[in-house]
Ligand binder design. Structure first.
Ligand code: PDD
Length: 287
């Protein structure tokens, strides 16, 4: 197989030869933003939405956009064409660039742009059939969780807590209310209704958040956005996670207790099926 090539500030180089300066502000301060874009059979899914969020993240941290929309799309297309046709994810990271170490923004610094493609980490069949396990933790991340920042220590520590007990995700609670999970949005089902906390500065607005509106409408599930209390999470009939890599995943064990019936429920099944349809473009009838 060809060695995987990545994009680094203007050049395509083998991934294991790509180098950035130790003075890059991404390395020194975690001063940058990122995106993870899923792609199926070389077709990016929700590309416009991901690129729009990248633009929002850059604006939120006072960084200019180093490329326009068509340049970003061309970069994603090139990385997908260069890699094997199996499902991939494109990772994009933009940092404030290389500068003398000083917390304040440097002047006239070129941003560092890094992008590469990695194989889509499909959830194993076992998790699709039995569901995932999750643990809960207090949400100790900063108050701008809506920015897709590469400063991810809070998420890393949260995720490690579930990894250490063999669980797949850590669900975060702030002051008795559900926020999200270490790297996914969280949904619960109660009395047949799908509930998700309203988006604000305490959660990342996942690209699948708006998509779930469409999918829930398509499969006839009522969806309400309102604060979700910790106790509601704990007695939910179903718990779902969404992210670029998890797609839609059922949580069937929360803090060692079964969720609902203890197996993936009907709302999960309907939404997962709808997601699979949405990500696969319909065949054009041949003329
Ligand atoms: N994580 N919330 C957090 C904190 C996340 O890190 C993510 C995604 C999501 C879901 O967003 P989306 O639907 O756009 O993937 C919610 C990515 C996949 C990651 O960091 O790897």
């Amino acid at each position: 197989m060809r060695p995987s090539r990545c994009y680094l500030s203007g050049a395509f180089v083998p991934l294991d030869e790509a180098r950035v300066s130790v003075l890059d502000r991404g390395f020194i301060f975690g001063d940058g933003v990122y995106e993870v874009i899923p792609a199926y059979a070389r077709r990016p899914f929700c590309l416009d939405e991901h690129l729009a969020r990248l633009g929002r993240s850059l604006r939120a941290v006072g960084m200019g956009d180093p490329m326009d929309r068509s340049q970003w799309s061309a970069l994603v297309g090139r990385l997908l064409a260069d890699n094997d046709p199996n499902d991939q994810c494109i990772y994009i990271q933009v940092t404030r660039g290389v500068a003398k170490r000083d917390h304040a923004f440097p002047e006239n610094t070129m941003p560092t742009v890094f992008a590469y493609s990695f194989p889509f980490p499909h959830a194993p069949l076992r998790l699709r059939q039995s569901g995932a396990s999750a643990v809960t933790l207090p949400d100790m991340r900063w108050l701008s969780a809506h920015v897709k920042s590469i400063s991810l220590l809070g998420s890393v520590l949260a995720r490690q807590a579930s990894a250490e007990v063999g669980a797949q995700e850590t669900i975060l609670i702030r002051d008795g209310w559900l926020t999200e999970a270490s790297s996914s949005n969280v949904w619960i089902v109660r009395h047949g209704q799908l509930l998700s906390p309203p988006m604000d500065n305490l959660k990342l607005e996942g690209i699948r958040v708006a998509l779930m509106d469409e999918l829930a409408a398509a499969v006839g599930v009522a969806l309400r956005r309102r604060p979700v209390a910790e106790w509601e999470l704990r007695c939910a009939d179903e718990i779902l996670l969404t992210s670029a890599t998890k797609e839609v995943l059922a949580v069937t064990l929360l803090d060692d207790r079964p969720v609902g019936a203890g197996s993936p429920g009907p709302v999960y099944a309907a939404l997962y099926a709808a997601y699979q349809l949405a990500k696969t473009p319909a065949e054009q009838p041949s003329s």
